[in-house]
Design a protein. Sequence first.
Length: 153
Amino acid sequence: MRVSPQKARLVLDLIRGRRVEEARNTLAFTKKRVAATVAKLLQSAVDNANFLSTEKGLDVDLDNLYVKQAVANDGPRMKRIRPAPMGRAYRYVRRIAHLQIVLAERNKNGAGLAHTVGEETPAAPAKPRPKPRPKAKFKAPAKKKAVAKKAKK
């Protein structure tokens, strides 16, 4: 989204580690412009968890969800030019943030994690590639004897 990642991180830091309902209330009363977009993203993550529980048969209790991870990464930067005095131009950068929210489910007693919602099981590690054999080192060509002849004179 078209907001600086630094500004988005201010809002994401408010909801990281909180229950979903508490995070929704926090975003509803936050006076930052990006808070509405983060609220949409949070709602989308909850809907995805709901889809996994109903359609895919994954056992997810929506009341025990909390925000496990909330990240604002840098996106591509748009370079712009602003007119300046005396026919010059100043360059500035419009930053873009890529937002990512991960929800997880707490156990019934409130401690520990049951599992991360929507996270696939990690694939088997790939076999390590054999190390390439070192190439043979070549000797540098011998220097010309002309230098030695000059030294003798």
